[in-house]
Ligand binder design. Structure first.
Ligand code: NAD
Length: 387
């Protein structure tokens, strides 16, 4: 296979899909590796390092897309200004693509992939099963986001996190409230605890309670309507309006006493649940901070604006969308490992094995058709909307 890694062109993206240490094994398996010039620059990887690892450096993405059978990317393909063409239009007909594709949010991209008969695999759709853990880029990136969210909060708060007793008096620890304790939330709890904060958390999935406690966090019990809160895939299910209303009431009772809220609540394929209304923000002390990790999915706070810091009555709400890109060295390292493991699994045999759960689950388009049922349904309903 000729594997190509283009330079990411999405705004503020610093990651690269493959790092040099992955190249030797890919080559040993008979693949050739092509890297676009400066693809690793923002992750502090030079072209020389790629060349020394055995990759061929190509001058531009047009040459790369025209040469390779498999493209490894971080962000969904997008319009390339220098070539006045969409990246998918630069790809060879029938080539394969692996990357974050956010297919439900990028339906026109799906149309393009179909048109060019691209076999596309979305990192977001890799099933959350034990066998696929080493390919789970969502978890890798969520872990980094959870870590960075705490650092941003600590840096923005006009207080210190740890309990401090000095001759100048005693300083009470800051209180950090984490809403949604999946991968990002649990990491945020662990890091906030390490910095000495008092940490509270809530998540509707019952298994989470013990995980929060094991990290030293206090799980906030809430009286909520009994609902089936977890899907078979381990994700939270969409909650009813009554559930969210009761949850908001329970959160509101905590807000006057917290310094930082880190929200990470998401529902796969849906808009993020609204957990903090404008009126609830007004209950928070001036100077407190909300870090909304669900900003790209519409936000858990009503005042969140993606990629902006909004100030409301002294409370600062950070709508963060791509924190892993602020940690490009480790984000690229982890992503590169995940995508290489997925590539090796997908290309294990001469033809794609659609009986395999990982291949079947992550494939979005193949031979000019949308093969993922959820994406197909969304795509067809959008077509009907426009009809
Ligand atoms: P996610 O990013 O989709 O969601 C983040 C969190 O938001 C989840 O914990 C979810 O329960 C929570 N949430 C949803 N609605 C909420 C609400 N109203 N209030 C508060 N919180 C709410 O999830 P994720 O972190 O990617 O993964 C979630 C879980 O999936 C993990 O904790 C784990 O149990 C499971 N998982 C399993 C594997 C595996 O290989 N077996 C791999 C990764 C994840």
């Amino acid at each position: 296979m000729k594997i190509g890694v283009p330079k990411e062109i999405a705004a503020h993206e610093t990651r690269v899909a493959l790092i040099p240490s992955m190249i030797a094994d890919l080559k040993k398996a008979g693949n050739e590796i092509y890297i676009e010039k400066e693809a690793g620059r923002l992750s502090l990887i030079t072209d020389q390092q790629y060349a020394e690892a055995g990759a061929v450096i190509l001058n531009d993405s047009k040459e790369l897309y025209g040469t390779c059978d498999v493209i490894l990317k971080v962000q969904p393909p997008t319009y390339s200004k220098p070539f006045k063409m969409h990246e998918v239009d630069l790809m060879q007909q029938g080539a394969s693509l692996i990357g974050f594709l956010a297919p439900l949010d990028h339906l026109p991209l799906i149309g393009k992939l179909v048109e060019h008969k691209i076999t596309a695999f979305a990192m977001e759709f890799v099933p959350r099963i034990t066998r696929a853990q080493s390919m789970d880029a969502l978890s890798s990136m969520a872990l980094l986001a959870g870590y960075k969210a705490v650092l941003i909060a600590a840096n923005s708060l006009g207080k210190i996190f740890p309990l401090t007793m000095t001759a100048a008096g005693t300083i009470a620890p800051a209180t950090v409230f984490v809403l949604g304790a999946g991968v990002a939330g649990l990491q945020a709890i662990a890091i906030a605890k390490k910095l000495g904060a008092k940490v509270e958390a809530f998540d509707p999935r019952p298994a989470v309670k013990e995980q929060v406690k094991s990290l030293g966090g206090k799980f906030i019990e809430m009286e909520l309507p009994e609902e089936n809160v977890e899907s078979s895939a381990g994700y939270a299910k969409e909650q009813s309006d009554l559930f969210l209303q009761k949850e908001q009431e329970a959160i509101a009772a905590r807000l006057p006493k917290v310094d930082v809220v880190i929200t990470t609540a998401r529902i796969f394929g849906k808009k993020a649940p609204l957990l903090i209304t404008k009126e609830m923000v007004e209950l928070m002390p001036a100077g407190s901070i909300i870090i909304d990790l669900a900003a790209a999915q519409g936000g858990n706070c009503a005042l969140t604006e993606a990629d902006r810091i909004v100030e409301h009555r002294g409370v600062h709400i950070h709508g963060v969308t791509n924190l892993p890109a602020t940690l490009p060295v480790h984000a690229s390292q982890m992503y590169s490992k995940n995508i290489t493991n997925l590539f090796e699994q997908l290309f294990l045999e001469n033809a794609f094995n659609f009986e395999d759960e990982i291949t079947k689950g992550s494939c979005i388009t193949h031979q000019g058709k949308i093969v993922n049922p959820l994406v197909k349904e969304r795509f067809n309903s959008k077509e009907t909307d426009h009809a």
